[in-house]
Design a protein around this ligand. Structure first.
Ligand code: ADP
Length: 544
C-alpha cells in the first residue's frame, strides 16, 4: 500500500525559506579587519536571491561546479545557499592546501566560477594559469578590485548590486548534488565527496537534535571549524535551519579574537578542533577571562585530550565530543551522556571523553583489522569502524579508491576503535597512525592524551619510527608550555607516564620542539612528523 504522503523534496531551499520568513530579524555577524559586519536573515535572503540571479547571468547552470576559496563569513554563507538552491554545486576549496593539491581539486571538480576572499588571493594566485575550467573569478571584498593574475575577475559587491532581490527558485530533485568537498589529504591525495540536498537536509536534522548539539533558535552559533572543511560540521545549514544567530570569525581565530567575539556576541555554541581550544584555554587561564554565555563546545576532528576537557570544565565550560569525517558529512557520533550515566563521577567523565554514540541515521560496526570479522561491543575488542547511512558517502567522486567500501555497502573509515556495551565509540587510532611494536599495537592517540596531561606540556604528538627489532617504536614530539621551555626533561615525561600506560608503550624518545606541524585544518600532521623523524638521528634509547 502506498502512503498518502508526497515525496516532498528535502532541499536546502526549505532552510532558506524558513530562516528568512520566520527569523527575518535574527542576526548574522562577521568579524572583519575593520570591525564587525552585522545584518539579518532578511537581508541575507535578499542577497542570496541577488547572487542566484548573478550566477544565472554568469551562465552557471544545473550541476555546474562553483568553487569557494574563503574564510567563515557572511558572503560564504550566501554562497552556501545560492549555489545549491539554483541547482549548481558548491565546491568549498580548502584554503591551506599545498599548490599541487589546490590545482588538483579545482581541476578535478572542474569548477566553472571561483569566488575568492581578497585576503587569500595570494594563495590562489600560486596556481594562476593552471586552472583551465575556471571561466570567471569573483573577488569577495569591499572596495576596488585588487590587481591579480587571476582573470577575468569581477567584484562580488558590484555583481550583486546590479541584481533583483527575488529569484524564482527552480524545482530540484533532492538526490541531485548540492555540494562537494575533498578530504583534507591528511593521509594521502584529496578525494572528492559529493553531498546531495537530501543528505545535507537530513544531516542538519541529526546535528540539531537535543541528544546531538541540541541546536535552538535561541543559540548563538560560532563555527570556528572552517566552512571549507567538512561543511563546518554542517553548522552553516543546521543553524540556519533552526534560525539561530550565526557568528563568523573570518580569519581571526587567535584566542584573544575568539574570546572577544564569544563574549561580545553572546555565543552559546562555539565549534572547533582541539588545537583551537588548547590555545583558547591557555589564554583564559592567563587572562582570567570568563565566557559565561557558552552552553557547550562541540569539538572533534581529533581526540579531545583529557587535560583540555578537564581544564575547560574548571573554567565552567563543557565540551561535547563528536567524531566524523568528510565522507560522513561529517557528523557520525556525538558523546551526549545517557541519563543513567550522568552522575558527575569518573564514569561520566570517561564517557564524555569517548567519541560518542552514533547519531540517529548512522549505523556503525567494528571489523577486525586483519580478518574483517565483526567485533563485539564490549569496550575491549578493537576493530576498524565501518559506517553507513543517508549522509555517509557510498563512493568517491570519479569512483576512486573503491576498496574503501565493503561489498555490502559500508564505508571503511580507517579509524580503529572499541565500542562499549552502551554503544559509545572510543577511537584508538587511525589504522595508519597505530604504532606496530613487536606484533602488538600501541595507540598513538592514547599516549598523546596521557602526555598532554603533564602540567608542563602544551601539545604532544606520537608517531611510530622504524626499529630493527620491534618493527616500530613510539617517539613523542612534545611542545612545553611557554613558561616551561627548556625546563622539562625526557625523564620527567617518562616517569609521569609510567603509572598510566603499559611499560612497553613508553616512548623510546621524547623530542622537545617549539611546535608540532599541523594540517590544513589544525590537526597534528603526522605525515610531516614522520618525514622530519626520518631525517633525524635514530632514537637515543633503543628498546631492549
Ligand atoms: P582527513 O582524513 O584528511 O583528516 P577529515 O577532516 O575528514 O580528513 O578527518 C576525518 C578523520 O579525523 C577521522 O577519520 C578521524 O581519524 C579523525 N577524527 C575526527 N574526529 C575525531 C575525534 N573526535 N577523535 C579522534 N579522531 C577524530
Amino acid at each position: 500500500m502506498r502512503s498518502t504522503m508526497p515525496d516532498f523534496p528535502l532541499t536546502l531551499q526549505h532552510f532558506l525559506w524558513r530562516s528568512t520568513t520566520l527569523y527575518p530579524d535574527k542576526e548574522i555577524v562577521t568579524r572583519r579587519e575593520q570591525g564587525i559586519h552585522r545584518y539579518h536573515y532578511r537581508e541575507f535572503g535578499e542577497r542570496v536571491a541577488r547572487l542566484a540571479n548573478a550566477l544565472k547571468g554568469l551562465g552557471v547552470g544545473p550541476g555546474d561546479r562553483v568553487g569557494t576559496f574563503a574564510w567563515n563569513n557572511y558572503r560564504h554563507l550566501e554562497l552556501y545557499f545560492a549555489v545549491p538552491c539554483t541547482g549548481a554545486v558548491l565546491h568549498t576549496v580548502n584554503l591551506r592546501l599545498f599548490p599541487e593539491h589546490l590545482e588538483f581539486v579545482i581541476n578535478d571538480a572542474e569548477d566553472r566560477v571561483l569566488f575568492v576572499d581578497a585576503s587569500v588571493l595570494p594563495a590562489l594566485e600560486r596556481v594562476a594559469g593552471k586552472l583551465p575550467t575556471v571561466r570567471q573569478y569573483v573577488c569577495l571584498a569591499d572596495g576596488p578590485l585588487p590587481d591579480s593574475p587571476l582573470k577575468p575577475m569581477l567584484s562580488y559587491e558590484d555583481l550583486l548590486a546590479a541584481q533583483p532581490t527575488v529569484y524564482a527558485w527552480p524545482a530540484l530533485d533532492e538526490r541531485e548534488a548540492a555540494a562537494m568537498c575533498y578530504t583534507s589529504g591528511t593521509t594521502g591525495k584529496p578525494k572528492g565527496v559529493v553531498y546531495s540536498h537530501r543528505s545535507a537536509f537530513l544531516h542538519s536534522f541529526a546535528v540539531a537534535l537535543t541528544d546531538s548539539m541540541g541546536l535552538s533558535e535561541a543559540d548563538s552559533v560560532l563555527p570556528v571549524v572552517p566552512m571549507f572543511h567538512a561543511n563546518s560540521w554542517g553548522l552553516a545549514y543546521a543553524a540556519t535551519m533552526v534560525g539561530a544567530k550565526l557568528v563568523f570569525p573570518d580569519r581571526f581565530i587567535d584566542p584573544a579574537s575568539l574570546a572577544t567575539l564569544i563574549r561580545d556576541e553572546g555565543v552559546t555554541l562555539p565549534a572547533g578542533v582541539p588545537t583551537v581550544w588548547i590555545s583558547l584555554l591557555q589564554y583564559l587561564e592567563k587572562t582570567g577571562t570568563q565566557l559565561p554565555s557558552v552552553r557547550i563546545i562541540p569539538c572533534g576532528g581529533s581526540a579531545i585530550p583529557p587535560a583540555l576537557m578537564d581544564g575547560m570544565a574548571r573554567r565552567g565550560l563543557t565540551m561535547l565530543h563528536a567524531w566524523g569525517m568528510t565522507e560522513t558529512s561529517p557528523v557520525a557520533t556525538i558523546s551526549q551522556v545517557k541519563r543513567a550515566l550522568r552522575d558527575g563521577s569518573e564514569v561520566e567523565r570517561r564517557v564524555r571523553l569517548k567519541q560518542g554514540l552514533p547519531v540517529p541515521g548512522v549505523e556503525l560496526r567494528l571489523a577486525a583489522v586483519d580478518t574483517g570479522a565483526i567485533q563485539p561491543w564490549d569496550g575491549k575488542a578493537v576493530g576498524e569502524i565501518q559506517v553507513r547511512g543517508p549522509w555517509v558517502t557510498s563512493g568517491y567522486y570519479r569512483g576512486v579508491d573503491p576498496e574503501r567500501f565493503t561489498a555490502d555497502g559500508w564505508l571503511r573509515t580507517g579509524d580503529v576503535a572499541n565500542v562499549d556495551r552502551e554503544g559509545y565509540v572510543q577511537i584508538v587510532d587511525r589504522t595508519k597512525d597505530l604504532v606496530k611494536s613487536g606484533g602488538e599495537w600501541i595507540s598513538s592517540v592514547e599516549l598523546e592524551s596521557a602526555i598532554m596531561g603533564h602540567p608542563k606540556v602544551l601539545e604532544a604528538a606520537v608517531i611510530g619510527v622504524p626499529h630493527p627489532k620491534w618493527q616500530e617504536r613510539p617517539v613523542a614530539y612534545v611542545v612545553p608550555k611557554p613558561e616551561h621551555h627548556g625546563a622539562i626533561t625526557q625523564d620527567e615525561i617518562l616517569t609521569y607516564l609510567q603509572p598510566l600506560v603499559a611499560k612497553w608503550w613508553l616512548p623510546d624518545e621524547v623530542r622537545f620542539v617549539d611546535e608540532i606541524p599541523k594540517t590544513s585544518v589544525g590537526k597534528f600532521d603526522k605525515k610531516v612528523l614522520r618525514e622530519i623523524a626520518a631525517r633525524q638521528v635514530p632514537a637515543a634509547i633503543p628498546s631492549e
